[in-house]
Ligand binder design. Structure first.
Ligand code: PMT
Length: 237
């Protein structure tokens, strides 16, 4: 098999995060990890050295060796793991569904029921994609010396956008605001695509204002479709 990504170092995030209220309750979302794992497996088959940073996913998500997998639970843990490894990477693909909020306090013990409503104060989690966009901007402004390895150059940054409305507009806003090279936009909240499904349909938005639509197909083929577009962008650099 051809290995068009040979020598590339790719960091991929996958799955949901969990933000615990107490040891038995958490805020999360329906991400299964299938999209991120399909990307990781396909990138490795194409010769890339892959690191997968994964939220809690089901047993059906597995990774072939020698892929390195770093398991995390919360958005803060995912942020720390990504920032620790992002510098040694050529391509960053943020497919995880990261919680935007977490409870301000996590109780060490199970919270007992009381009469009446309960109020939980939520605070923002770190925006990993935005932090990578800033890191990329800083690196582009201070390019490496000629004798430094290529991984020190600004990495290619790929974000996802999961939307229930105004898909293309919201995805374009994310592309620009978070300084991405590519955004993979998908409609969620529909049957047979997006969260937890075996299939997906995506729109790829790049900085040249191209919008490329995939068919509704398996996440494995969607992964190939996304990687093909990434290779095209890399060849233009
Ligand atoms: O896992 P599956 O069941 O296969 O489902 C796949 C998927 C629907 C989860 C996937 O295709 C997808 O859309 N992933 C991104 C989900 C998401 O969180 O989208 P968003 O529009 O809320 O976030 C935009 C981008 O910012 C994403 O790249 C996300 O990883 C990133 N983000 C979000 C919040 C945060 N605090 N930090 C982030 O980095």
């Amino acid at each position: 098999m051809k290995q068009p990504l040979k020598g590339r170092r790719i960091l991929i995030t996958a799955g949901p995060t969990r933000e615990y209220l107490d040891p038995v309750r958490f805020l999360s979302n329906p991400s299964s990890g299938k999209m991120g794992y399909a990307l990781a497996e396909e990138a490795q088959k194409q010769g890339a050295k892959v690191m997968l940073i994964s939220g809690p996913v089901g047993a059906y998500c597995h990774t072939p060796p020698p892929m390195r997998v770093i398991p995390v639970t919360s958005a803060q843990q995912m942020y720390r793991a990504v920032m620790q490894h992002a510098k040694q990477t050529d391509i960053l693909i943020m497919a995880a569904a990261v919680s935007d909020y977490r409870p301000e306090k996590t109780s060490p013990h199970k919270v007992k029921k009381r009469p009446g409503p309960m109020t939980i104060r939520l605070v923002r989690t770190p925006d990993i994609l935005a932090a990578l966009g800033k890191m990329k901007r800083a690196r582009a402004q201070h390019p490496p010396e000629a004798d430094q390895p290529p991984a020190e150059a600004a990495p290619l940054l790929v974000g996802f956008a999961a939307e229930t409305q105004n898909l293309i507009k919201n995805a374009r806003d994310k592309l620009l605001k978070k300084n991405c090279d590519l955004v993979v936009a998908n409609q969620v909240g529909k049957n047979h695509q997006g969260f937890a499904s075996d299939q997906n349909q995506v729109f790829l938005l790049d900085r040249d204002k191209n919008i490329t639509r995939s068919p509704l197909t398996s996440k494995r083929l969607i992964a190939r479709f996304i990687l093909r577009h990434i290779k095209k962008l890399l060849s233009k650099r």
